[in-house]
Ligand binder design. Structure first.
Ligand SMILES: *Cc1c(COP(=O)(O)O)cnc(C)c1O
Length: 373
């Protein structure tokens, strides 16, 4: 199909075999009967929500989690049957749509239940969010939990399907704040007259390095499904290796040799002292290659070469040791010959976490799915 073809060579390659491998490895690691909730919010951390969700379900995940109502509707449009949980806020006005589409919502306020009741007269599944220390969303007292529970019970069409919380420091070595949250959660659970079908608290870090009892009925598997570690600490304790799924590639589209005193790019910030080959790549900050990545290495012919000068909106320049041909493949993230540039390296370069790196590669970069079977 003509409109499915991408003419610009800049592409993110998503290895769905890696996603499946990571889900399978996790399955071996967790307790029997613990379900895997595949977290595919934010377009599956920039990897592509539909393809990743399908791969995760094929590998044995039993539920999908997204952050917003719109993400849930997008996933539902392509995946008609899987359970979908919205982890974040949904307006009460969404309740009727959620019920219609069999989307499970997170709830943390009795007022929300009252509002939602007015607009929704179909069966709607709800998970209660408990705030045990993130101080983001969730009920914060047992009293609030009870009134929320009562509100749900008194609503004819609402089903309390689950309860969960989220940890602020599961990926850190210091356990004290984490244990405080665990203790608070247990108090909340005790205060509930009956246990809902699914209790879940564990993100990737909790699942990998904390007490197996915290896997409860399901774990929320996010970052390591994509082959990335939640933190250096968790990486050092990873019970098994994961495979990264995301690579970023492009091609050399221009090359020239410039002489001493010549500069590269806006602001003429990079000036050479000797004859230097400068290559141009068709990727820039509008693709998520933000200007702070200037100086970052890329791979050409298995060798590291730096991005030089300011990154433009749609292009950037690299300094080359020799004259490569137009069309020569360039890897920005991933492996080439014996070299590799990881998402972790990119994160370190701009002083952030690996989660942020694929998320901010914009939709202008097509995601191409790789799956050998
Ligand atoms: C994003 C998110 C997760 C996944 O976290 P990872 O560290 O990627 O495993 C789990 N639970 C909630 C509530 C989240 O928002």
């Amino acid at each position: 199909m003509r409109n499915n073809k991408h003419f610009r060579p800049t592409k993110a390659i998503i290895d769905l075999n890696a996603i499946k491998y990571n889900v399978n490895e996790l399955k071996k690691h967790i307790q029997p009967n613990v379900q895997i909730i595949a977290v595919v919010k934010a377009n599956a951390y920039g990897h592509g929500d539909i393809e990743v969700a399908k791969a995760a379900l094929e590998a044995g995940a039993s539920m999908l989690a997204v952050a917003t109502p719109d993400e849930a509707l997008h996933v539902r449009k392509h995946i008609p049957t899987a359970e979908i949980l919205v982890l974040g806020y949904s307006p009460a006005s969404f309740a009727d749509y959620a019920a219609e589409e069999n989307i499970t919502l997170t709830v943390y306020s009795p007022n929300w239940v009252e509002e939602a009741k007015k607009v929704c007269n179909k069966s709607l599944k709800l998970h209660i969010k408990v705030d045990t220390g993130m101080n983001r969303i969730g009920v914060t007292t047992v009293k609030e939990l009870r009134s929320l529970y009562d509100a749900i019970q008194s609503a004819e069409h609402f089903i309390l399907d689950g309860i969960f919380t989220h940890f602020a420091t599961a990926d850190e070595e210091d356990d004290s704040y984490f244990q405080k949250q665990v203790h608070r959660f247990e108090q909340f659970i005790k205060a509930l007259p009956e246990k809902p079908r699914i209790v879940h608290v564990a993100n990737t870090a909790t699942t990998l390095v904390k007490d197996a009892r915290l896997q409860y009925d399901a774990v929320r598997f996010g970052i390591s499904m994509y082959g990335l570690a939640p933190s250096k600490f968790v990486k050092s304790k990873h019970p098994f290796p994961f495979k990264p799924a995301f690579s970023l590639e492009t091609e050399l589209v221009a090359i020239k040799q410039i002489g001493p005193g010549e500069s590269v790019g806006y602001g003429a910030t990079f000036t050479v002292n000797e004859p230097t080959y400068i290559g141009t790549l068709p990727i820039g900050y509008a693709d998520g290659l933000i200007r702070k990545y200037s100086g970052q290495d890329v791979l050409i012919d298995g060798k590291r070469v730096p991005i030089v000068g300011r990154i433009c909106m749609d292009q950037c320049m690299i300094a080359l040791p020799t004259a490569y041909n137009i069309g020569e493949k360039v890897v920005l993230i991933g492996k080439q010959k014996n070299e590799e540039i990881t998402i972790d390296e990119w994160a370190t370069k701009v002083d952030t976490i690996n989660y942020e790196v694929p998320c901010i590669i914009t939709s202008r970069v097509p995601r191409i799915y790789y799956k050998n079977d």
